[in-house]
Design a protein around this ligand. Structure first.
Ligand code: PLP
Length: 406
């Protein structure tokens, strides 16, 4: 597999365009649309320039949906056909995967912005009117006020559409029902393919050894039905040692990471030293790490703070809690959830038992999923399209405690 990254920061580009790809969540809708132009139209042109002629183009979320227009344009150029014919032919080779369970998750743009950025392209390159272009992203093509919805364009330009779990497939059929008026909801053509994680990327070296020792080199690469019996034959002592080692290395990692985080934020040297003593490798470790968004309810554990404190400080069965996450810069409610946690953790009776790690990224995930005992997932059903971090925990022998959601 090859991965090509598009970057507009090239000295040959018109200066205002050089910053288009500089920041994922920066700027307003106009920057966002320009990024999607680079991704969709630029992405397809890149493939053409490299002489790559894909049979199937997978649109992972609506952000790249403009690729269906560019693919049709390229077909028009090769065959001299109209846009209508070109889209009908090429759409058979496009596949759209939708990832959100709420309509607000779809990218939408004001008609004037579409006119500004794509009006000339529609007219000169696709040979269609602005009205026809807008209709591809609208529910009602005759409503001049309706925004242009990238997911609608992706659906209209794709031969097959899927959600990312069985429940999310059902939710998506409902979300896209308006595009299929008078169709029974069950027959709206949106299926599902459940998301998965790439196990070799997420299992620890020790977990990989254990799996290989018990199940041979094939481990979970083939069918998995027989694995349970094989894993049952591993001795309790071996499993316990494996998990104890994982806890120890996680505790060591979070101590170091927290003390670095504190040192960088000008905390006192006592606080930095205290961080190096934090946590007990023998206590049960709960983990909650993900993007902080209200539907994921990262503050559900704080519903009764005193009860949580009793769990954390139970003299016989103490529990320790690791939290990590980020909120979208524009998501004030998400930011407030993070603050709620940091305030709780600042209490002197809580501090030894709970930590919040900033800068959540894949490296931090990797450490957490390898050492946490119980992974928490508490979304508001059915808004979580497909949870994957819990899958990363399982291969390492942790437990996924989850709402029964996508
Ligand atoms: C796996 C992963 C996610 C997705 O986790 P969910 O459980 O689906 O919310 C998010 N961010 C990072 C860095 C990850 O590694």
């Amino acid at each position: 597999m090859k991965l090509y990254l598009l970057d507009s920061n090239d000295a040959a580009n018109f200066p205002p365009y050089r910053g288009i790809t500089s920041e994922l969540y920066g700027g307003g809708p106009d920057l966002r649309l320009m990024q999607e132009l680079v991704l969709g139209i630029g992405g397809w042109r890149l493939l053409t320039a490299l002489g790559i002629e894909p049979e199937v183009c997978h649109l992972n979320e609506g952000h790249a949906a403009l690729a269906v227009l560019e693919r049709a344009r390229s077909f028009m150029q090769q065959t001299g056909q109209s846009f209508e014919v070109a889209l009908a032919v090429t759409r058979a080779g496009n596949l759209f995967t939708t990832h959100t369970a709420v309509a607000a998750g779809f990218d939408r743009f004001a008609p004037a912005l579409i006119e500004h950025c794509l009006g000339g392209y529609a007219h000169k390159q696709l040979g269609i009117t602005l009205h026809d272009l807008l209709a591809l992203g609208r529910r009602n093509s005759n409503d001049p006020a309706e925004d242009f919805n990238m997911a609608y364009l992706a659906i209209r330009g794709s031969g097959a559409v899927n959600g990312v779990s069985r429940l999310h497939g059902k939710v998506s059929r409902h979300l896209f029902e308006p595009l299929f008026p008078r169709w029974p909801a069950d027959e709206v053509p949106v299926g599902h393919v459940t998301n998965g994680v790439h196990m070799p990327s997420w299992d620890s070296a020790a977990a990989d050894d254990l799996w290989t020792e018990a199940c041979g080199k094939d481990r979970w690469l083939g069918t998995t039905e027989a694995l349970e019996q094989v894993i049952r034959r591993v001795s309790d002592a071996r499993l316990w040692q494996f998990r104890t080692d994982a806890s120890k290395s996680l505790v060591k990692y979070v101590r170091e990471r927290l003390s670095r985080q504190l040192a960088a934020s000008d905390a006192s040297s006592e606080a930095v030293d205290e961080a190096m003593q934090l946590f007990d490798p023998n206590a049960l470790t709960l983990g909650f790490a993900r993007r902080f968004a209200t539907y994921k309810r990262p503050n559900l554990l704080l519903h009764d703070p005193e009860r949580l404190l009793r769990l954390l400080t139970n003299p016989e069965r103490p529990v320790q809690l690791i939290l990590a996450g980020k909120a979208h810069p524009a998501d004030q409610a998400g930011q407030a959830l993070i603050q709620q946690w940091t305030q709780f953790i600042r209490r002197s009776d809580v501090r030894p038992h709970a930590i919040f790690l900033s800068d959540y990224d894949m490296l931090l995930t990797e450490h957490l999923v390898q050492g946490v005992d119980v992974w928490l997932n508490t979304p508001r059903r059915p808004w979580k399209a497909s949870g994957t971090s819990g899958m990363k925990v399982l291969v390492n022998g942790g437990i996924n405690l989850s709402e029964l959601d996508g």
